[in-house]
Design a protein around this ligand. Structure first.
Ligand SMILES: [Zn+2]
Length: 87
């Protein structure tokens, strides 16, 4: 039953990795290793998620600004047309 025990190079313990789709996580020290090549994974998923959240907010800000600018141009255009009696 000890087939899943492996040596963790991070904490030097024999541990049973917590398996996920692409990552093995050491339950003793929390080190994460790629399942494809066994290398240590440095990135922090929480930080990546936070960056994605910030990017999403920035994207929405840009969308809203473009929408507001578009409405402003439309209002100006209609205002000029009315002022000049263009109808
Ligand atoms: Zn470990």
């Amino acid at each position: 039953m000890n087939d899943n025990k492996v040596f963790c190079p991070q904490c030097q313990n024999q541990v049973v990795f917590i398996r996920s789709a692409f990552i093995n996580t050491c339950p003793a020290c929390g080190a994460r290793f790629s399942r494809s090549d066994g290398r240590l994974v440095d990135d922090v998923p929480g930080a990546a998620t936070a960056v994605m959240g910030i990017l999403r907010v920035l994207m929405w800000v840009v969308v809203v600004m473009v929408a507001v600018a578009g409405v402003g141009v439309a209002v100006l255009f209609v205002g000029c047309a009315v002022a000049m009696g263009g109808f």
